[in-house]
Design a binder for this molecule. Sequence first.
Ligand SMILES: [Zn+2]
Length: 325
Amino acid sequence: MKTKALTSMQSAVDIVLSSPHPDNKVAASLFNETTTLSQTNFWPQIILDKLGTAIRIGDSSGTVHAEVNCLLHFPEKTQGAEIAITDPCCPNCAKNISESGIKTVYIDHKGFQKDFAARRGEEFKNMSLNILAHAGISIYEINRKEQSVSVIHEPEKDYVPAEDNPIEILPRLDLTIPTKDDLKKLIQSVTVKHPFWGCALAVNDDGKIFSLIASTHTAIGFLEEDFTNQQKTEIHPYPQNPEKKYNYHLTPLNRLLFGATRHNLHLIDGMVWTSLIPNARELVNFVGAGFSKLNIGEKKPYAKESALEGLLTLENSGIIEVTTL
Ligand SMILES: [Zn+2]
């Protein structure tokens, strides 16, 4: 896929200046053998209309990252696809890329030279690379001028990432047009629960219904017990430390969003539920995917108060309609 990687990276570079972000212009191309989707980071239109670009949503900006924009809008399953990014990806995108089943990540060599990369370099080296590598993803640097692809990381032969709590996805032959009652029954049917978990109903391109269940968990390839390791917790403490922007865990809404894209399932608006309030970054991704209705078990944050602030900002401006269920 070397040629396709080079042309896909060029497609990302070709649109990067069209990013509406004034400082951090980033683009990515998600591709498989037959399909390529190139996107920049962006503000979802409804956030622009109702809040503008300056308002913070909890501890998040209102922008959706380029990588996430690609994952959420790719017209096919993301499992096994590849992504070319103009810049080193942030740890949140790395987690979402791993949850989506992406097998290869390419970073443009010029991305490592920008101010943005200098500021973000440690996060990329300490966390993003670690997250992608644990998921068994191959990582390459692309030099477009030299038309070369060099290895940053390749998994060991036969490496199989630990995945002890995968998202559960089941076909629902009993459902054709799901209702709130069906969602309630799904919530009630789940017995093993992390306090922060979620479920949803989704549809595939053939109109078949699926249920998805996911709880908070470390990114693919990490085990919970990895996080008793003092060295890791010192760098990026868990449970989430409000002073630290990133951690190694995926919370339910992102797992549902990217577990769905992995299999080209489409979550149904109004049929997504989380036990507690998703973090602000997840809520922005949710809006960026085009959703406007969220069901929540208890209207309280899991770890960060900023989640509640983010939810209230989106709810009060009419961007997300929240139902307690
Ligand atoms: Zn990112």
